[in-house]
Design a protein around this ligand. Structure first.
Ligand code: G4F
Length: 324
């Protein structure tokens, strides 16, 4: 049996990876989650009765829990999706973000080095590393992060490379563009737009307040990004790989598509509010993932319209369930 440890198990990507790994009967999956007063198991509780799924308590900022976990489990593969991943929040909580998103990865690397050096690690890096370097961006593009989140991720990224080189550890970093799907948190712009379009359509909301809607993002389906990460985890490459759709669209275009589902004109409802603008912004992300396509045979196919429709359908289901 192959033992796979997912850090950040209750998040959008972590939970998606758990679902996909559990399909293979040869995998045992350990999902690490932080203790919280309310518990947030919505994305993973459907796996609780699966004998091959183990929910483990731990925190990437707590070396004791990491050390004990790695000593005991000795995972074959570790995928680190744990992070304070909200860019705007990282300006409000830069120290917390640096601890979780940056320093946490160093704790993990130390734990691997000392207690489970045979484990393969795939670290989730981000297209935020590029900041405003010219699009399209690939593995060779200069890093120039524009947020405390981006800087913390860059620290993590470089530490992974350093530990791989210095201690011959089996590490790859997946530099991923924006990934979207039904489990996307509602504080990210895509889910906020989708849920607002539905509420406006149902007469429960009057308008949608957004920050900068001219920025451009490379939005992929989270299902397809997860497929890419699984391919990378299964491979022998100890290198960096970029994953993204290769498209770039403005926030305004995403809003147009989401409101179109309900035959609404987004322009009538969107209000620009400085509260949602960031002190520093990344203007255009467009991933050049030719390396992953060629070496890992990764083939994303979902259109942006399909991604929007999937999110709308899932959010509509939630809306009506909540109504009951
Ligand atoms: O949805 P966002 O918050 O995602 P962002 O900042 O691109 O970060 C996401 O993708 C990264 C990969 O590129 C990940 F590393 C990161 O963890 C996260 O998943 O914002 C997208 C854009 C930004 O330009 C933002 O300024 O939308 C703009 N925006 C405009 N109004 C808004 C809003 N963003 C949010 N969250 N909320 C708004 O009201």
């Amino acid at each position: 049996m192959r033992k796979i440890l997912i850090l950040g198990a209750s998040g959008q990507l972590g939970s998606e990876l758990i679902d996909k790994y559990l399909v293979d009967p040869n995998n045992i999956v350990y999902g690490m989650v932080r203790r919280s007063a309310t518990g947030n198991f919505n994305n993973i509780q459907h796996n609780f009765k699966n004998d091959r799924f183990n929910l483990v308590r731990g925190d990437i900022t707590d070396p004791t829990s990491l050390n004990n976990l790695l000593k005991e489990v000795q995972p074959d593969l570790i995928i680190n999706t744990a992070a304070q991943s909200h860019v705007h929040v990282s300006f409000e909580q830069p120290i917390l973000t640096s601890k979780v998103t940056g320093l946490g990865v160093l704790y993990l690397l130390e734990s691997i080095r000392q207690f489970s050096p045979q484990s393969r690690l795939v670290q989730l890096s981000t297209s935020e590393l590029w900041g405003n370097s010219k699009a399209p961006q690939n593995e060779k593009t200069q890093f120039a992060p524009e947020s405390p989140y981006g800087v913390a991720k860059l620290f993590a990224h470089e530490m992974c490379k350093l530990y791989r080189k210095s201690y011959n550890l089996n590490i790859s970093c997946a530099i991923c563009g924006n990934m979207e799907g039904p489990r996307r948190g509602r504080e990210f712009v895509t889910q906020k737009i989708v849920e607002s379009a539905i509420k406006i359509h149902l007469g429960k909301q009057d308008n949608l307040k957004l920050g900068n809607i001219t920025t451009k993002r490379d939005w992929s389906s989270v299902h397809e990004i997860a497929d890419g990460i699984i391919k990378l985890g299964n491979s022998d490459y100890r290198e960096e790989f970029v994953f993204g759709s290769g498209r770039t669209n403005t926030i305004e275009e995403f809003a147009r598509l989401a409101f179109n589902v309900f035959n609404l004109d987004y322009q009538e409802y969107i209000q620009i509010d400085d509260e949602f603008k960031r002190p520093s912004e990344v203007y255009e992300l467009k991933a050049d993932s030719r390396k992953a396509r060629k070496l890992l045979n990764w083939r994303p196919t979902k259109t942006l319209k399909e991604i929007v429709q999937e999110m709308v359908d899932a959010a509509l289901d939630r809306e009506f369930v909540n109504d009951k």
